[in-house]
Every structure is written in structure tokens, then in C-alpha cells.
Design a protein around this ligand. Structure first.
Ligand code: NAD
Ligand code: KPL
Length: 303
């Protein structure tokens, strides 16, 4: 069964090269003829791991190719997911499976609603990768990929292929807990690093702000039926701030590079959920307003 990977960005390239390295059939789906021509010119995807670079000539095609898709890794940003899937929906075979790699929450529902009858597996990834150049990826941080399907606890039959490819993974019936927990961590850390213009470790100088946000996020998780995701949230946020002290958060990097953030699927999703539950979380709301103002002032999208 061919793995179609939509999006030759950081994580898409990381997955595609490891699958190809294991001899598994992989095809990249690139956005348009210009990207496809540039990819062919580059000669493949290059994975840089522990300082060693190796190129893999992974096959590539356009969204409108005619072959059916049975298994798709959707590896674009959350704000691109719905449009990206619309571009290949007509190619999905009956019973096709999609792995949704997007951070945050909201995009998964948008995709699933557009594809009734297809199985959407959700992925929460703590691996780290970045692109030093087009069609090159640096494997920057070991982590885990949690996979699950909120509507069906049975694992898919192909997890052994991830094993063969050396892609760390764990099937979990509680994928929503994982996604909510990561969303809460990202809401407690990422916006503050942008507003204080600091590395994650810089938040150790703002303990009261972090504690207040964690308390509100904990309330939100409880109200949204995610008590396990609320467990010891403040302690874990402090642990992550400490463990990743030297790093800039992903949102800080996006803003610094003038790139669109995934705010609508992180803090935006959290604030909308609070509103839906008529839960008053003044500090979270104020954080959202401050962040939106910051993005607007820099000419960046606020969605
Ligand atoms: P990225 O921007 O590096 O890659 C996304 C790719 O998708 C881009 O190449 C883009 O051109 C492509 N794309 C978008 N729309 C497309 C379309 N319609 N057709 C074809 N290609 C399309 O993003 P990333 O860093 O790989 O992140 C993907 C998701 O994974 C995000 O939600 C991110 O938050 C999450 N994530 C990333 C990391 C990381 O270390 N990079 C870690 C954990 C989670
Ligand atoms: O996931 C992160 C990010 O930067 O997006 C961490 C390191 C957990 C900070 O929220």
C-alpha cells in the first residue's frame, strides 16, 4: 500500500524519507507544477540526521493525479488542512485512511466533516524538524508520535510499517487527551514567549503569569471533559519551560520569520471553547487580545 504524503515541509519530509529509507512505497503530493518542477530539479528529499545528509528520490505528483489514494499523511499546517484535503478528496479510495499530523485542535474536525465515511486518525507529534532549504529537512529532536481515532479504538493494521521505518509511535485510545494536553502546554508557553520576546526558559521570570494561565487552562480542560489533560498541568508546563529553556517556541519562530502562526487552532480554539461553555477565563482572553494585537502590528494574519 502506497503512503501518500501531502506537504513536503518539515514533518512531511521527515516521515517520507524514513518510509522511503525502509523501502516502503511513498509518493509526495506537491502543491502545483512549479513546486513539482523545483522538486524534480532538486532530485529528491534530503534528510539531515546527526550531521549526515542523505538524499532520497521519493516519487512526487500533483494533487490532481489520477491514481487512487488509500493512505494519506496530511502534513501541512492546521490552517491549510481543509483546502489541502479538498484538492485530493476525489482521489480517496473507499475506506481510505488519513493521518492528520496537525498541531492544536479544530483542523481535524474540519477535515473529518469534509470526508464523511473516511477514517481519520489523529496524530500528536513531539518530534522536531526544520527545513534549512527547500526539500531538505533536519531531524532536530527525538520525540513520540501518538496516534489514535476518537471514534474507533482499534489500531490500524499497518503500524508495523512505522516500526520498520523507525518512526517512533504509540497507538492510544486517548488521542484527544494528548491533543488537548499539548494544546494547553502550547497556550501556556508559546504566546508568552512571543509577547516577552524570549526563549522558553525566559518564562521562568514570569512565574505568576504562567501559573494564572495554567489555572485557567486547567478549568477549561475540566469543563471540556478532559480531566486527565488537566492533571498537574502547571508542573508539566514548568518542566517543559525548564527542559526546553534554550529553545524558541514554534510560535516565536513563526513570528520572528514573519510566518503565519497556528493561533486559531491553539489559543483561538481554547478561547472559543471557553466561550461555548460560558466559562469566563479573563487572563486567557486577555492573552489572546494581546497576541492578536502583536500579530496585527507586524502585519501577520490574525487567524
Ligand atoms: P511546514 O510548513 O514545514 O510544512 C507544511 C508543508 O505543507 C509546506 O511545504 C506547504 O507548502 C505544504 N502544503 C500546504 N498546503 C498544501 C497543499 N494544498 N498541497 C500540497 N502541499 C501543501 O510545516 P511543519 O513544520 O511540517 O508542520 C506541520 C504540522 O505539524 C503543523 O501543524 C505543526 O504545528 C506540526 N508540528 C511540527 C513540528 C516540527 O518540528 N516541524 C513538530 C510537531 C508538530
Ligand atoms: O511544542 C512546543 C512548541 O514550541 O510549539 C513547546 C516546546 C512544548 C512549547 O510550547
Amino acid at each position: 500500500m502506497t503512503w501518500h504524503v501531502l506537504g513536503a515541509g518539515s514533518l512531511g519530509s521527515l516521515w517520507a524519507t524514513r518510509l522511503a529509507r525502509a523501502g516502503l512505497p511513498v509518493r509526495l503530493i506537491l502543491r502545483n507544477p512549479q513546486r513539482l518542477a523545483a522538486y524534480r530539479q532538486a532530485g529528491g528529499l534530503t534528510l539531515i540526521e546527526a550531521g549526515q545528509a542523505r538524499q532520497y528520490a521519493v516519487a512526487a505528483e500533483l494533487p490532481q493525479a489520477s491514481t487512487p489514494i488509500h493512505r494519506l499523511l496530511l502534513a501541512c499546517k492546521a490552517y491549510d488542512a481543509q483546502d489541502a484535503v479538498a484538492g485530493i478528496a476525489g482521489r480517496l479510495a473507499p475506506g481510505a485512511e488519513l493521518l492528520l499530523l496537525q498541531n492544536g485542535l479544530g483542523s481535524q474536525d474540519e477535515v473529518a466533516q469534509a470526508l464523511p465515511g473516511q477514517r481519520c486518525l489523529l496524530v500528536s507529534s513531539t518530534e522536531g524538524a526544520f527545513r534549512p532549504a527547500e526539500f531538505q529537512v533536519v531531524f532536530a529532536g527525538n520525540g513520540q508520535n501518538w496516534l489514535g481515532d476518537p471514534s474507533d479504538p482499534r489500531p490500524p493494521t499497518w503500524l508495523d510499517e512505522l516500526q520498520r521505518a523507525g518512526i517512533p509511535h504509540q497507538w492510544t485510545p486517548d488521542i484527544l487527551t494528548r491533543l488537548w494536553r499539548k494544546l494547553a502546554l502550547n497556550c501556556a508557553i508559546n504566546p508568552l514567549t512571543v509577547l516577552h520576546d524570549c526563549r522558553n526558559g525566559g518564562l521562568a521570570e514570569h512565574p505568576a503569569e504562567v501559573a494564572t494561565l495554567c489555572a485557567e487552562l486547567g478549568e477549561l480542560l475540566q469543563r471540556c471533559g478532559q480531566p486527565a489533560a488537566a492533571d498537574n498541568l502547571h508542573e508539566e508546563v514548568q518542566r517543559v519551560i525548564h527542559a526546553t529553556a534554550a529553545n524558541y517556541s514554534s510560535m516565536h519562530q513563526d513570528v520572528a520569520l514573519g510566518r503565519r502562526t497556528e493561533i486559531s487552532y491553539l489559543l483561538g480554539y481554547a478561547c472559543a471553547a471557553a466561550q461555548r461553555h460560558q466559562l469566563h477565563l479573563p487572563h486567557l482572553l486577555q492573552l489572546q487580545q494581546r497576541l492578536l494585537g502583536h500579530l496585527q502590528a507586524r502585519g501577520l494574519p490574525v487567524n
